[in-house]
Design a protein around this ligand. Sequence first.
Ligand SMILES: Nc1nc2c(ncn2[C@@H]2O[C@H](COP(=O)(O)OP(=O)(O)OP(=O)(O)O)[C@@H](O)[C@H]2O)c(=O)[nH]1
Ligand SMILES: [K+]
Ligand SMILES: [Mg+2]
Length: 364
Amino acid sequence: MGILEKISEIEKEIARTQKNKATEYHLGLLKAKLAKYRSQLLEPSKKGGEKGEGFDVLKSGDARVALIGFPSVGKSTLLSTLTHTHSEAASYEFTTLTCIPGVIEYKGANIQLLDLPGIIEGAAQGKGRGRQVIAVARTADLVLMMLDATKPYVHRQLLEKELESVGIRLNKTKPNIYFKVKKGGGLSFNSTCQLTKVDEKMVQMILHEYKIFNAEVLFREDCSADDLIDVILSNRVYLPCLYVYNKIDQISIQEVDRIAREPNSVVVSCNMKLNLDYLLETLWEYLSLIRVYTKKPGQPPDFDDGLILRRGVTVEHVCHAIHRTLAAQLKYALVWGTSTKYSPQRVGIQHLVHDEDVVQLIKK
Ligand SMILES: Nc1nc2c(ncn2[C@@H]2O[C@H](COP(=O)(O)OP(=O)(O)OP(=O)(O)O)[C@@H](O)[C@H]2O)c(=O)[nH]1
Ligand SMILES: [K+]
Ligand SMILES: [Mg+2]
């Protein structure tokens, strides 16, 4: 029996045990056992096998969002509020012990929202279930970092540090450095712009530290030494992050106003259902999701069944989303919407489409 099963067994037994003088001792024992198993679960596991117990959730839908935060900030409350899935919420820490997936249905898209155990300082070193939580975060399209608006700002910095230390880069684009290890020829170092943070000597030193003596390095922007290290290590993930400050029902309106103006931040109250519409809108925006409608000649657009795509896609992607052979058969497309100067406008296969565009595909 796994620890999770044991926990659930004890919880069931506690639930069916009547509370009275005669059962007091028995209940106390059960609770002690429960606490022991919970803390075991929060310890880094010695056996490799049960490392991922309860965390291997299949990816599904149009995008995946991971809920990361300290214990009891309201992650599970948010999941139960935004999706049809219920995740246990309570006033004690580490209520959630595994990964609980739910689906947000928004503008015709299915966004997978993952509720996770709270993480604590030292998570990256394996404290709590930190490693498993972070491993899930790496697979997400966006990190929803939930913060308790009543708690000090340093909490956010601590969490950021944890994620940073395991190679997760938040709201940062991949450094524009071309890097290729060679078999010989020494170091070839170039840049297309003026560099203010590193010079050739430093680049060479860093590469030697990684036992790289032959390589081609081209800085296409003014990157730092840390950026170069990220590129060398190549196992970094670059994720958009939305800071969601919960429990604003507990702070002053002035405080709410101040936090709401910070970059990448949204203020909410899950309990009072405040500002959740805006949170969804912002999620959509940060996930770069767009919805494109198709239209058959002589018929109105199919507004019920839009295609969910990512910002930056072309008519070619629209074709692929419908049928894999369609792109090869395309003559041109007619587009109504903000991506064109006129509506409709005749465009080619490389035309970039926008959110809410209507597209009519004309075959050869
Ligand atoms: N005042 C206030 N309390 C809230 C709000 N949202 C959640 N809570 C309370 O915060 C407590 C913790 O909520 P959970 O949803 O269990 O928090 P969690 O982040 O999932 O906690 P763990 O799973 O233990 O990490 C509960 O008592 C909730 O009722 C809110 O908007 N305002
Ligand atoms: K909790
Ligand atoms: Mg929870």
